[in-house]
Design a protein around this ligand. Structure first.
Ligand code: GCW
Length: 673
């Protein structure tokens, strides 16, 4: 299937009754490419929802739905200037004014598009609410961006949903229908940017041959408000341009980038900018020439500035110096605070190590006060069972966004540190590493779509709750049946805790196979991991106990957090249990709050994870009559894999750790508690 079937905007249950009657006509005075999309979406959406053909009118009248921008005087007259001006570029108002007329208004076509999708979402998910609309929405972040780790040969790094959706070999001539479905899916949740290629970038992406292909994608996405960005390889001037090297302080290198930027913008006038992974995991960067990250980023920023482009410079750096990997990004970037151009934004992964099932937030979020920061989340489940495990990430994303950095006093959450509320950032942005591929269900697991959806919804409004997003998605994708919604939102909400339990409970991390990151390999020091992962991997199990001592008596990573976090994380008695072994190496008989010793608690948590997956299976099985056969079977099969692997994880980890603890595994752990 090369269409959007199965995606959230396709499941529209007929609205039989309720206060929200179908509008009797649509009045849409403007006609731009984006307004044509709005028109099409409203016509088909209302038709599916109400089983009615809604006609067009050429003027505002009672019982109608009107969509326009603030420049449309007959519409804007219903609104105060102040309320329109604060909407900015993407915000909108949906309001029912007199005579049962509902107006969707924004300052731009795109704002009107977002408002339209939201209007349809309300009808799809909330037809019980009051008959009158009064909704004002302004996005939390200006730039809401997907990062594709898609390679030019069609493979996807850490992608588990088939090959890349970008058909490079067919472009620019042939445009896959998937591109439009993709744009629609993204625009419907407010995503407005896409980095097309892997951060492990090949210089080739900047060849004219590829830029012409990129141009076609940009043209396709434009009316949906999606800007195209590219990941670049820092060595491009030497690799593509034949220069002696790519030293950012050399004039000829700077000129090469300026010319490249001119070329890109001549093809794609609204090109978003560059994403850069430099001096990280073996990739080239400014440090190869004795320059800093700031030197490298600023050079690119200067080349993009005349065109309005930005540089998203990644802070994902670490090396095998023997220094605690969790500390390294902070150590490298803290001294550079304030040294970046205004159109540079530092892209920081949510945790200090690498997209683990659970990590504390990266201390960089509390540490840089004069540098604009954007969170990077991972939607693809690199460390969370790929597309085989049902793991809803809405809860993980929220836990991170709600983390209090205390950097500016209480309630300096990551979300408000990065959304421009605390610092006067001229750019605000958030990125998610995409889980999209050519699979017919787009993401490999039907429920993995919910993570794409959750990323978009939170990028738009980081105040939404994970449960609300889960329920919205279920209603738009599967069913409105209250029992189904209740049961499956329960499963989704618990699913991330389950994976933490059966993979890395109590703050353990990176126990995954060192190459594929899928199954358990806590013994990887024996099987030959990278030197920076050694010795004894991150769990540091020994005859005394387990856990990574990052307290002041250990690597002192705790010192990178502001008070009171420093004191809380530094003391095992205060440290939140879910991060205990992230920050501390504790004896096997260490007593936890619930009275269990550490070893028994570990056994219990691993087993609990398995029990949770059994519960997910039972729940899904009980809902068979409420789901179509194909999707029911697909999810049922995936849950069978997940259960087998949860057991694999539990057994592998406990048996391995037992070689250090020399303690018995308590019996009856398999029994549900
Ligand atoms: O987690 C690691 C992944 C790499 C990835 C890297 C990064 C794109 O295992 O596959 O490379 O992070 O984020 O740069």
């Amino acid at each position: 299937r090369l269409d959007g079937s199965g995606l959230w905007f396709t499941h529209m249950e007929t609205i039989e009754s309720g206060p929200l009657a179908c509008p009797s006509f649509i009045y849409m005075p403007q006609s731009t490419p984006t307004f044509s999309i709005i028109h099409k979406e409203l016509k088909s959406g209302l038709n599916k929802l109400y089983n009615q053909e809604v006609k067009d009118e050429s003027q505002l009248d009672s019982n109608g739905l009107c969509v326009g921008t603030s420049s449309q005087k007959d519409l804007s007259t219903y609104f105060k200037n102040e309320e329109l001006s604060v909407l900015g570029n993407d915000g909108y108002i949906i309001r029912t004014v007199g005579n049962n007329v509902t107006i969707i208004i924004a300052n731009t076509d795109l704002g009107a598009l977002y408002g339209t999708y939201h209007y349809l979402r309300c009808l799809q998910t909330d037809n019980t609410h009051k008959a009158n609309f009064d909704i004002v929405e302004i996005p939390s972040y200006q730039r809401r961006i997907l990062n594709h780790w898609d390679n030019l040969d069609g493979t996807v790094e850490r992608g588990y949903a088939g090959h890349s959706i970008w058909q490079w070999e067919d472009l620019p001539e042939k445009i896959s229908p998937r591109y439009v479905e993709y744009a629609k899916a993204n625009a419907s949740i407010g995503i407005n940017g896409t980095v097309l290629n892997n951060v492990n970038a090949k210089p080739d992406i900047l060849k004219l041959e590829y830029l012409e292909k990129v141009k076609v994608l940009a043209n396709t996405f434009r009316p949906y408000g999606i800007k195209v960005y590219l990941s670049i390889n820092f060595s491009s001037p030497s690799a593509l341009g034949g220069l002696e090297n790519s030293d950012p302080l050399k004039e000829e290198v700077q000129n090469w980038w300026k010319e490249k930027a001119n070329e890109i913008y001549s093809l794609i006038p609204d090109f978003g900018g560059f994403l850069v992974k430099a001096n990280s995991e073996g990739l080239p960067g400014p440090q190869d020439f004795g320059r800093t990250h700031a030197d490298g980023a600023n050079m690119l920023a200067d080349a993009l500035k005349p065109h309005g482009g930005i540089v998203m410079w990644r802070a994902f750096v670490y090396n095998s110096s023997g220094n605690d990997r969790a500390k390294q990004a902070y150590d490298e970037f803290k001294p550079l605070d304030g040294k970046f151009r205004k159109n540079v934004i530092l892209q920081v992964k949510n945790g200090p190590v690498d997209f683990q099932p659970r990590e504390p937030f990266s201390p960089l979020f509390g540490a840089l006060h004069q540098t604009t920061l954007m969170p990077e989340l991972q939607i693809t489940q690199e460390y969370l069972g790929f597309s085989d495990h049902l793991v809803y990430l809405g809860t993980l994303f929220k836990e991170f966004l709600n983390s209090d950095t205390y950097t500016n006093g209480r309630n300096s959450t990551v979300s408000i540190i990065t959304d421009g509320s605390v610092y006067d950032d001229s750019i605000t942005a958030i990125a998610g590493v995409a889980n999209i591929g050519l699979d017919s269900n787009w993401c490999g697991h039907h429920f993995a779509q919910a993570n794409w959806y959750a990323f978009g919804r939170l990028a738009w409004n980081h105040q939404l709750s994970a449960r609300k997003i889960a329920t919205e998605w279920l209603m738009q994708t599967f069913s409105h049946d209250p029992d189904f919604l209740n049961q499956m939102s329960g499963v989704m909400m618990e699913s991330r805790e389950a994976v933490v339990n059966y993979m890395t409970p109590l703050g353990l991390h990176h126990l995954m196979g060192w190459g594929h990151h899928y199954g358990p390999e806590p013994w990887c020091e024996i099987s030959g991991a990278r030197p920076d992962w050694l010795p004894t991997y991150y769990h540091k199990a020994d005859s005394i106990g387990i856990g990574f001592n990052r307290s002041s008596s250990g690597s002192n990573a705790v010192s990178q957090y502001a008070e009171p976090l420093f004191s809380v994380y530094n003391d095992p008695a205060l440290c939140p249990e879910e991060l205990l072994l992230w920050f501390h190496h504790l004896p096997w008989n260490y007593e936890l709050v619930n009275g269990r010793d550490l070893w028994t608690e570990l056994c219990y948590r691993y087993s609990m994870g398995v029990e949770q997956v059994k519960y997910f299976q039972c729940t899904w099985n009980s809902l068979q009559s409420k789901v179509d056969k194909n999707r029911f079977n697909d999810v049922q099969n995936k849950l069978a894999i997940q259960l087998k692997e949860a057991i694999w994880w539990r057994d592998a980890c406990l048996l391995y750790f037992q070689t250090f603890s020399h303690r018995p595994i308590p019996s009856q752990l398999d029994q549900p508690k």
